[in-house]
Design a binder for this molecule. Structure first.
Ligand SMILES: O=P(O)(O)OC[C@H]1O[C@H](OP(=O)(O)OP(=O)(O)O)[C@H](O)[C@@H]1O
Ligand code: HPA
Length: 189
């Protein structure tokens, strides 16, 4: 299950970003390049495990886009991208993003109260990004059917449970200076 993803993850180089051991992988970085068969494996898997009765697939710039776009092409469901720059449109919602190595501002456009979304992102680590996003969507009255992260590391995902959301993490890894180790693979109940 998810063999291409698992095999490629254990080959990930590690760099330091401050104290943070950052793994470099095609899905989370686009580096060195993205194998379309890998993206297809992942998007196929998401169609099997996730609730896709939604108005739109929601992802976060930049590296949620390749998988979320593949899912959109496969299902015909539109894609909405949370951007890192403002557009000053009516109804734009601003939120603060904090990861293990960066801070920034995200902007939601194109969603309104009553819309139904699935969130798809590449990585959940500290949970800072998805926590802020889920909070903002809940405040907007947007319904979330599922939160899917291709890769998970650490216990940041637990913060989402406090908001009543249990993310589906396809492959859970441990990251140290030595490399990546596979901890778990998501299986449908
Ligand atoms: O759980 P967290 O600690 O918040 O980390 C996860 C976030 O970090 C990465 O985004 P980043 O802002 O680095 O941007 P990128 O997608 O442009 O690489 C990734 O795409 C997630 O959105
Ligand atoms: O270690 C990482 N690598 C790539 N993307 C990430 N997003 C959060 N942590 C990481």
């Amino acid at each position: 299950m998810l063999e291409r993803l698992q095999d490629s993850l254990i080959k990930s180089p590690i760099i330091k970003r401050g104290e943070y051991n950052y793994f470099i992988h095609p899905i989370s970085d686009g580096v060195p390049s993205i194998d379309p068969h890998l993206v297809e494996e992942i998007s196929d898997y998401i169609t099997e495990i996730a609730d896709l009765k939604v108005d739109t697939i929601l992802t976060v710039e930049a590296m949620g886009i390749p998988v979320a776009n593949a899912l959109s092409l496969k299902t015909g469901i539109p894609l909405t991208i949370v951007r890192k720059r403002p557009y000053f449109l009516e109804g734009e919602v601003e939120l603060s993003q904090s990861t293990g190595y960066s801070k920034g501002v995200l902007y939601i456009n194109g969603l309104k109260k009553g819309d139904t979304v699935i969130i798809v992102d590449d990585v959940i680590s500290t949970g800072g990004t998805l926590l802020a996003l889920v909070r903002a969507l809940q405040n907007m009255g947007v319904k979330i059917t599922d939160v899917v992260s291709v890769i998970g590391r650490g216990d940041g995902y637990l913060k989402l449970r406090e908001l009543g959301v249990d993310p589906k993490i396809l492959v859970t890894i441990d990251v140290s200076e030595k490399g990546v180790e596979i901890k778990d693979v998501f299986r449908n109940q």
